[in-house]
Design a protein. Structure first.
Length: 118
């Protein structure tokens, strides 16, 4: 499985960005896809995840109400719409497919950097 993220960059506080993650390879049967992030000097943090059908999604407390995850299964792509960005959202964002429900054992993309200036 290969995951390729895109869409990161520099944005001012209060702005928006949309991240994309394209999956390829042996992805048949994959259900959940999600996003994690890691800020400098901090541990990785769960951001959001979505089921295959898109009917179920969940979010980390720090992004609820500001971020939205959705997917296009025809394109094997998951998106993360980030609104009302804050400087504390600055991090490397990773697309993740969990393995048997475990993210650490799953498939990770290379990450895309999001920098929010104040």
């Amino acid at each position: 499985v290969q995951l390729v993220e895109s869409g990161g960059g520099l944005v001012q506080a209060g702005g928006s960005l949309r991240l994309s993650c394209a999956a390829s390879g042996s992805i048949a049967g994959i259900n959940t896809m999600g996003w994690h992030r890691q800020a400098p000097g901090k541990e990785r943090e769960f951001v959001a995840a979505i089921s295959w059908s898109g009917s179920r999604s969940n979010y980390g407390d720090s992004v609820k109400g500001r971020f939205a995850i959705y997917r296009d299964n025809a394109k094997n792509t998951v998106y993360l719409q980030m609104n009302s960005l804050k400087p504390e959202d600055t991090a490397v964002y990773y697309c993740v497919i969990p393995y048997q429900g475990d993210y650490e054992s799953g498939f990770w993309g290379q990450g895309t950097l999001v920098t929010v200036s104040s």
